[in-house]
Design a protein around this ligand. Structure first.
Ligand code: OAD
Ligand code: ZN
Length: 256
């Protein structure tokens, strides 16, 4: 049984402005591996070989092989109760913003509407030179250079890469600006399933708290953020979020 403090419920009763920041942990129970920790991807693979532009230009086949594997894995999984609870929670607040570091597209599949993707989306692709956007279906339809087994740009001929943020790259400017605005305005800020170690996303909860937000963490393990949160749930997002959605539904309908 998950129970929520009166302080948290009271805030949620009286505000419209709520932000949820999600990380790989929310998709863990769908079967998508996280990055850090025992079974994390960065425990088995080297990010410097797979997730930076230099590595891609040097060995695009290897990087594409890795992303095609992850894409296939993601295609075969479904959103879990944690994702769906966030869809319900969004519907109770007129100013709810979901900020995600995930590239797995599961929030979109679940049905959230206002989503800010900080690290891109693995189902999209773009040209390394001219930024031409290619959907994955288009790639599969055959814009693949047969001899090299890697896709090239129909517009300029350069390499096509996954539209995700790699190490050493800037986040999409509009996304991080909107996320910072939402965090500053939030009355309640949820940090969900993230190790809170990758900047600039890791700074968003501090920005929110500095501007008066009530800070809540949902994560079975402690993170660097844990000690500054107002409330912490040491359990899975798929357990806590459905209970929270029910609680909010009860009280928001009572007060309307
Ligand atoms: P991490 O793998 O760093 O952290 C995942 C967190 O989820 C950990 O703190 C786990 O304790 C927690 N967790 C595991 N199962 C959970 C569950 N069922 N419910 C809730 N939490 C759970 O993933 P991120 O913080 O998302 O960047 O990593 C941030 C970025 O680092 C990623 O977006 C990726 C990576 O390099 C890029 O690809 C640019
Ligand atoms: Zn191009």
């Amino acid at each position: 049984m998950v129970s929520f403090s009166e302080r948290l419920l009271d805030r949620l009763r009286h505000t419209e402005s709520v932000v949820a920041l999600t990380g790989a942990g929310i998709s863990a129970s769908s079967g998508v591996p996280t990055f850090r920790g025992k079974d994390g991807l960065w425990n088995k693979f080297r990010p410097e070989e797979l997730a930076n532009l230099h590595a891609f230009l040097k060995n695009p086949e290897l990087v594409w092989e890795w992303y095609s594997w992850r894409r296939e894995l993601i295609r075969n999984v479904k959103p879990n109760l944690g994702h769906y609870a966030l869809v319900d929670i969004e519907s109770y607040f007129s100013e709810f913003t979901l900020v995600t570091q995930n590239v797995d597209n599961l929030h979109q599949v679940a049905g959230n509407k206002r989503i800010i993707e900080l690290h891109g989306n693995i189902m999209r692709n773009k040209c390394v030179d001219c930024n031409y956007q290619v959907a994955s279906q288009e790639l599969e339809a055959g814009i693949v250079a047969e001899e090299k087994k890697i896709p090239t740009c129909p517009q300029c001929g350069s390499l096509i890469r996954p539209d995700v943020v790699w190490f050493g790259e800037m986040l999409p400017e509009e996304a991080i600006t909107r996320a910072q605005e939402a965090a500053s305005a939030a009355e309640v800020f949820f940090s969900i399933g993230t190790s809170s170690t990758v900047e600039p996303a890791a700074s968003l909860p501090y920005l929110a708290k500095g501007n008066g937000a009530y800070l809540v963490e949902i994560n079975p393990d402690e993170t660097p953020l844990s000690s500054v949160t107002n409330e912490r749930f040491a359990a899975g997002a798929d357990e806590v979020l459905p209970a929270l959605a029910i609680e909010i539904e009860k009280m928001r309908s009572r007060y309307r």
